[in-house]
Design a protein around this ligand. Sequence first.
Ligand code: KG4
Ligand code: ZN
Length: 325
Amino acid sequence: MKILGIETSCDETAAAVVEDGTRILSNQIASQVEIHARYGGIVPEVASRQHLLSVIPVIERAITEAGVSWKDLSGIAVTVGPGLAGSLLVGVNVAKAIALSQGLPLIGVNHLEAHIYANWLGDDSIDFPVVCLIVSGGHSDLVLMKGHGDYVVLGRTRDDAAGEAFDKAARILGLGYPGGPAIERASKEGTASIPLPRAWLKGSHDFSFSGVKTALLRLVEAGKVSSVADAAASFQAAVIEVLVTKTVAVARGRRVKKVLLSGGVASNGLLREQLIKHSPLPVLVPLPVLCTDNAAMIAVCGYYRLWAGRADSLGLDVVPSLKLT
Ligand code: KG4
Ligand code: ZN
């Protein structure tokens, strides 16, 4: 069963064809990073206009790369939220037009759920229950996944998401946008020698990253940061220590089979390495290119929704503030 996935929730226009919820036949991504870098962050109006320009060529490339025709497809999966309303609308309307004209099922997908499902692109024999850490630009969620589409959120961020914290820290350190990869690159030249606070929020599985960001800002303002590389490494270490410690604690406390890491921040090498090192259970993490926004994960998630009889009508709408549960 081949599903076309379409993703336009933020600053990547992406389309992919995935077979049987696990095998990538094509994975096309048109990034807008260079356009937004000029402004130091995403400009929503610019993003939706860029999606309009890119979406059809990107879908055509995904179909061509996969070597399929419309009649080979079993469904069109598209991100409905969370994300920027104007950007989501572009993908959802194109998906509706294709579904209507080709007589294919339309499947609305939750972008956060899709980040988890990126793990099925490497292994489609995952036994439940599993613990998932989803760390992206807008979310840091610790989730117990009991079955397909069955989630219990155990903890989430109370302020900044992990990726948002990386982006803000990079801005503070003058490292540019997007911040996560910039902090990771800078960290390689430094050591985590600057003491920064960790918000443990004892007794809770929630996260908080605004304190560590503000502590970094105060040090920079006071002229106490002599090495940007050391500051980047110290910030990265502080955020990752909290993410890993809390995820490991949750995994230890429950009868789960695996730990699944996902979301843009999951492409960070130190996070991947530290979680694998400290987890009492096997850790699954997608290839870095499947951690950041892509449409292959949308197609996989759509496949499992279709399989569960959860296709949508053409009245499907965007839900910019959609949650996992
Ligand atoms: O999942 P994603 O591509 O988009 C959202 O759904 O938000 O995540 C983007 C976030 C950005 O905040 C970016 O700075 C962060 O993921 N990120 C990283 C790395 N690569 C991307 N954070 C830390 N280290 C990285 N290597
Ligand atoms: Zn994402």
